[in-house]
Ligand binder design. Structure first.
Ligand SMILES: [Ca+2]
Length: 253
């Protein structure tokens, strides 16, 4: 169903309107073998994703998810290497989510290592947008755990946070599509390869996670000194939408 048809259905009171893309870095405007920097979001719908201060360059790779599954014409991905690679976009208010605001964050991931971290909880940070100010540091953070599971941390603007863990894992050396979404009812879910894997509700998952931080990809912007948090592997097709998408709308298809 096209977005137009879905919206028409909404007018009839029968269904929800499909969401809009807030940012989508498909890396296809880069050069294979080159440095990933100044990556534009598709159709200019989000901030530029560039090199992060005090991080090593991220390389553009021609190792990608072939279609199908995955986006048609996909040719390039990001390789964070085994060093301290990181990318960052400046704070963009469109990438914040208020009380009960629905969203979907999705990406393809191919981890190379998640076992070396000495941190007892988090192995690697995949994506993070959190305020640096205050102890609670409101915002959202998607982690790769020691066993390859995905951990989604939502830190409420009014204090208090909670993490939802996936049941399944993202295997080493394989491409896995991950989608994290929150409905307007405040239910948070993790989809792996387009299949619902974990879900949870409650006030802490529904809370406002508005923040003034930049979007960090592949590293922990708030504790940059800990090299164990740097993501080791590949990422591609990072897209953020302003609605809880249906499985059919995810970039897994
Ligand atoms: Ca790509």
């Amino acid at each position: 169903m096209t977005p137009l048809r879905i919206c028409l259905v909404l007018l009839l009171g029968l269904s929800a309107c499909s969401g809009a893309t807030l940012a989508y870095w498909n890396v296809e405007d880069a050069t294979a073998g080159g440095q990933a920097d100044q990556l534009k979001s598709v159709e200019g719908k989000g901030p530029v994703l560039g090199a992060a201060a005090n991080c090593t360059p991220v390389v553009v790779s021609d190792d990608v998810v072939k279609s199908p599954p995955g986006p048609a014409g996909n040719k390039l991905s990001l390789d964070f290497g085994s060093g301290k690679g990181g990318l960052m976009a400046e704070d963009d208010a469109a990438l914040n989510f208020g009380d009960g605001a629905a969203f979907t964050i999705e990406f393809w991931i191919k981890p190379r290592n998640y076992t070396a971290s000495e941190d007892p909880i988090i192995a690697r940070v995949i994506l993070q947008k959190r305020s640096a100010a205050g102890k609670a540091a409101p915002g959202y953070q998607i982690n790769l755990m020691h066993d390859g599971k995905i951990g989604v941390r939502l830190e409420g603007k009014e204090g208090g946070g909670k993490t939802l863990f996936s049941v399944g894992s993202a295997p080493l050396g394989e491409w896995t599509h991950v989608a994290v979404m929150r409905t307007a009812e405040g239910v948070l879910s993790i989809y792996l390869n387009g299949v619902l894997d974990a879900t949870a509700g409650g006030p802490k998952f529904a809370a406002s996670i508005e923040n003034d931080g930049g979007l960090a990809v592949g590293y922990h912007r708030l504790v940059r000194a800990n090299p164990d948090f740097y993501f080791d592997g590949q990422l591609d097709e990072i897209r953020i939408s302003d609605a809880a998408l249906s499985p059919q709308e995810l970039l897994h298809k």
